[in-house]
Design a protein around this ligand. Structure first.
Ligand SMILES: [Zn+2]
Length: 465
C-alpha cells in the first residue's frame, strides 16, 4: 500500500522542558533515608518520543538543552501521574450508593448496573466519562475491572487507546452466585478472556488482567481456567478481590471447605504470583501476608471504599513488615472519590484509627505524606511491575505527569502560607486538595484535554486544558 510522504519538518518535534517544582520518588520512604528527589526551581525534559530525558535544577536543564522549548509552570508542582491500583469503571454511575455492606451492596446496586454493559455503545459512553474523571484527577494509569461482557473491555481499551493511556483491564469471570444474566461459564470465560488477551495485551499501552471477580462468584472449574490463562500468558496480570469483609471470608470458607483460608483458594489455583493484584486484604492473617510476600503478589489499599462499606482497616504497617507490595486504589464505585489526593487523605485516617485500636499504640506510626504519595506513584508502579515504565521520572520512563497547583482553592492558598517544607505542603495538599488542584495531565508528554463526554444523554465539557 502506498503511503503519503510525510514532510521532514512534520516528523520533527523538538524536546520540551517543563519548568516548575519537580518531585518524584526513587525509593520507599519506609525503608530509605532518601526516598525522593525534589527541585524547587526544577525542570523535566521530555523527548519527542514522549519519554523522560532528564530532571534537575531548571538552570542546568535549560542551559544544557538550549534548543528545547520551555513551558513555564513556575509555582506549580510537577510530579508523575497517579496510579489507581484498583477501580471498576462500570461502577462510575453508582458511586455514592447508600446503606449497604459488601454482599448486599453487590446485589442491590452493582449487578443491575453492570447488566447495562452488554451494550457496547453504552459501555463506550461510561468509559469516556470514566477516563475523563481519571484525567481530571491526575490519574494516568489504572488497573480496572470491566464487567462479564467482553465488549465492556473492548470499549474501555478503545477509549484508552485514543488517548494513548496505559490502562490495565480485564473481563470479569463470574459463573455462580450472581444473577443468571451476568454469568459466564468456565469455557466461555476462558475463550473470551483469551481472545481479549490476544486482541489487547501489549497492543499500544494496553495490558490485560485475568479478572475473576472474587472467589464466591467463581466455581473451582472457572478458577482452574483462570490459572490456565496465567500459565499460557505469563506476562498478563491477575486482578481480583481478597478478604474485604468478614461475611465474605466466612462465605469463602463455606464454598471452599477444604481451603486454609481465603488466600489459599487463589493460591491453590495458581493465581498468586508477580503481577497478581488483590484488592483490599483488610482482614488478612499473618501467614497470608507472608504468603503474598513470598509469591510477590500485591495488595491494593482502598481506604475510601473500606470506610464507605464499613469493611475494616487495612494494616499497611503489617504489609510493610512482611514486604508485600502495596498500591493505592480508589475502588470506585464503592470508593467515594476518583481523587488520589482524597484517597491519601482517607488512608491517613485509616492508619490513625489503627493506632487508636492497637494493643500497644506506641508501636504504630502515622502515614506520612511521603509514603502516601509514594503509594500513589512509584509504590503502585512497583506493585504493578511497571516501575521501569511509569511512576517516576527515571530517565527512559514514559512521561505521564501532572501539573499541580498547591494554591488551587482559597483555603489551600491560605493554609499553604504556613506550610514551610515540601513535605508539609504535600500533606496539606492531600488533606484539602482534590481534582481542583490538578491543573494539567500529560500522557507520554502530550497534554490531555478533557472534552465532551456523553453518558445518559448528558453532555458536558470540563473546559480543561
Ligand atoms: Zn473492587
Amino acid at each position: 500500500m502506498l503511503t503519503a510522504a510525510v514532510p521532514a519538518f512534520a516528523q520533527y518535534q523538538q524536546q520540551t522542558i517543563y519548568r516548575g517544582s519537580v518531585l518524584h520518588f526513587v525509593a520507599d520512604p519506609a525503608t530509605s533515608q532518601n526516598p525522593y528527589e525534589y527541585y524547587e526551581d526544577g525542570a523535566l525534559l521530555v523527548g519527542s518520543d514522549g519519554k523522560v530525558k532528564a530532571i534537575g535544577p531548571a538552570s542546568t536543564i535549560i542551559s544544557s538543552n538550549y534548543q528545547a522549548q520551555v513551558i513555564d509552570y513556575s509555582g506549580r508542582l510537577i510530579m508523575p501521574g497517579f496510579i489507581d491500583s484498583h477501580v471498576h469503571y462500570p461502577q462510575t454511575e453508582m458511586i455514592g450508593s447508600f446503606g449497604q455492606q459488601l454482599l448486599e451492596w453487590l446485589n442491590t446496586y452493582t449487578f443491575p448496573t453492570e447488566k447495562q454493559f452488554s451494550d457496547k455503545t453504552y459501555a463506550k459512553g461510561v468509559a469516556k466519562t470514566f477516563l475523563n474523571e481519571l484525567m481530571r484527577n491526575g490519574t494516568t494509569t489504572a488497573l480496572v475491572f470491566g464487567t462479564v461482557h467482553p465488549q465492556s473491555v473492548d470499549a474501555l481499551f478503545e477509549e484508552a487507546q485514543t488517548r494513548n493511556m496505559r490502562i490495565i483491564a480485564g473481563k470479569v469471570m463470574m459463573d455462580r452466585n450472581a444473577p443468571s444474566w451476568l454469568l459466564d461459564t468456565p469455557a466461555t470465560s476462558y475463550a473470551d478472556s483469551k481472545a481479549l488477551i490476544q486482541r489487547w495485551h501489549k497492543n499500544g499501552r494496553a495490558l490485560y488482567a485475568v479478572t475473576p471477580r472474587f472467589a464466591p462468584t467463581s466455581t473451582a472449574a472457572q478458577l482452574t481456567e483462570a490459572g490456565r490463562l496465567l500459565q499460557e500468558y505469563p506476562d498478563v496480570y491477575m486482578h481480583t478481590h481478597l478478604s474485604e469483609n468478614k461475611g465474605e471470608i466466612a462465605w469463602v470458607q463455606e464454598l471452599f471447605p477444604s481451603s486454609n483460608g481465603y488466600l489459599d483458594v487463589y493460591n491453590s489455583f495458581g493465581l498468586s504470583r508477580k503481577r497478581s493484584v488483590y484488592a483490599h486484604g483488610v482482614h488478612l492473617r499473618d501467614d497470608e501476608f507472608a504468603s503474598l510476600a513470598q509469591t510477590q503478589s500485591a495488595v491494593a489499599f482502598c481506604p475510601t471504599s473500606n470506610l464507605f462499606l464499613g469493611s475494616g482497616l487495612f494494616d499497611l504497617q503489617k504489609a510493610e513488615d512482611y514486604g508485600v507490595h502495596v498500591g493505592l486504589g480508589t475502588d470506585v464505585g464503592a470508593g467515594t472519590s476518583f481523587s488520589a489526593l482524597q484517597t491519601m487523605n482517607e488512608a491517613y485516617k485509616v492508619i490513625q484509627l489503627h493506632k487508636a485500636y492497637a494493643e500497644d499504640p506506641s508501636t504504630r506510626e502515622p502515614l506520612t505524606a511521603l509514603k502516601a504519595y509514594y503509594l500513589a506513584t512509584l509504590g503502585a508502579a512497583k506493585a504493578l511491575d511497571l516501575d521501569n515504565k511509569i511512576g517516576s521520572f527515571k530517565v527512559g520512563n514514559e512521561a505521564d505527569f501532572i501539573v499541580v497547583n498547591p494554591n488551587a482553592t482559597d483555603l489551600l492558598k491560605f493554609r499553604m502560607q504556613r506550610a514551610t517544607s515540601i513535605v508539609d505542603k504535600l500533606f496539606v495538599l492531600q488533606t484539602l486538595g482534590d481534582d481542583r488542584a490538578i491543573e494539567k495531565t500529560y500522557l507520554m508528554g502530550k497534554r490531555q484535554t478533557v472534552t465532551t463526554g456523553t453518558t445518559g444523554g448528558y453532555n458536558y465539557d470540563y473546559g480543561y486544558n
